[in-house]
Design a protein around this ligand. Structure first.
Ligand SMILES: Cc1cc2nc3c(=O)[nH]c(=O)nc-3n(C[C@H](O)[C@H](O)[C@H](O)COP(=O)(O)OP(=O)(O)OC[C@H]3O[C@@H](n4cnc5c(N)ncnc54)[C@H](O)[C@@H]3O)c2cc1C
Length: 303
């Protein structure tokens, strides 16, 4: 395996407009780099060898920005690291599934200090840790090029393993999270062979919005990772939940439905049958956490 980086030209724009100009000029000869935890590894392995690497790390609007807007939405710069996400979400007491779940499970402290939210989405690994909880919270992404920008729902953004709708002249600039309604919460569960530094065998994120603390459930989203080519919504499971009062029996029923609709494969990490079993377990746990978070969130609001 090649371990020395191939030669490339390095660009370090300090504004988004400058970065868009560079991409427009260099076209397919350029690749973007945020934290570099994926692309540098792939370059060292000889899997990609761009002539130009355009670093986003000096663009403050991408690296330093987590903004609560007047409408209650949260806008997160694409180059915010996993560690900053954890700090923000814990400090704000919101988006629990994204912080304590997704971002906290990502790699090691060293990786979390470097890996960015945008890089995790564009890499589009079926087992990645951030897409499921972001999808469960209904996230949208903003994509920009020299000519303007477009907003895409995260569910439509990821197309397949390593594939997204982003074009070579575009930059993912922001992730937009809807404001969380009252009595709502999220949960995320990851299973790997080891406890740390491990790719998910299965992961599951859940979001519940209730009419009042004991229900009924007004809205439910369940997203499963590593059991299909892209993180998938478990829609039949969600349908079991909406309109019902939350309880263990209901969560069991939804978890079973999620397992049925998941489409895992056999590989060296685990069999499809085992993964389906684990979808059941993780979905149930994520739903429990989401319910608990809905209650906690209300208590924090009052306190
Ligand atoms: C040791 C190790 C452990 C890991 N563990 C985990 C784990 O547990 N869970 C997990 O999910 N991942 C894990 N990863 C993968 C990796 O850290 C994440 O996918 C990370 O979030 C990628 O972000 P980055 O900023 O480093 O991306 P980069 O490597 O900089 O970029 C990755 C890709 O995204 C593109 N890109 C980056 N930012 C943008 C942007 N704003 N707009 C458009 N394109 C962009 C780049 O061109 C490149 O193609 C691990 C990696 C390593 C090396």
């Amino acid at each position: 395996m090649q371990m020395i980086l191939p030669r490339f030209h390095y660009h370090a724009p300090t504004s988004l407009d400058e970065a868009c100009e560079i991409l427009a000029e260099l076209k397919k000869d350029a690749r973007l780099m945020a934290g570099g935890t994926d692309i540098i590894v792939n370059m060292k392995k000889g899997l990609v060898s761009p002539k130009n690497l355009v670093s986003l790390s000096r663009i403050k609007s991408l690296t330093d920005r987590i903004l609560d807007t007047a409408s209650g939405n949260t806008r997160i710069g694409a180059c915010v690291t996993a560690m900053d996400l954890i700090r923000f979400t814990q400090g704000a007491g919101r988006y629990h599934a994204l912080a304590s779940g997704g971002a906290a499970c990502l790699g090691t402290p060293l990786i979390r200090n470097t890996a960015t939210i945008g890089g995790n989405l564009v890499t589009a690994r079926p087992a990645a840790d951030l897409p499921p909880s972001l999808m469960a919270y209904g996230a949208k992404v903003v994509v920009k090029n020299r000519g303007g920008e477009r907003v895409v729902g995260l569910e439509d953004f990821i197309k397949g393993p390593g594939q997204t709708v982003i074009q070579s002249n575009e930059i993912l600039t922001e992730i937009v999270l809807e404001s969380q309604p009252r009595f709502s919460g999220g949960g995320y569960e990851k299973l790997g062979v080891r406890k740390t530094l491990e790719i998910s065998l299965v992961n599951a994120a859940a979001f519940l919005a209730l009419e009042k603390p004991d229900g009924p459930i007004l809205n439910a989203r369940i997203v499963l990772g590593a059991v299909a080519a892209v993180p998938m919504r478990a829609r039949a499971a969600e349908e079991c939940l909406v309109g019902e009062k939350p309880n263990e029996k209901l969560f069991e029923k939804a978890a079973l439905a999620a397992a049925k609709e998941s489409k895992p494969i056999d590989d060296f990490r685990g069999s499809a049958e085992y993964r389906k079993e684990m979808v059941k377990v993780l979905t149930r746990r994520a739903l429990r956490t989401a319910l608990q978070e809905a209650v906690n969130q209300e208590q924090r609001r009052k306190g």
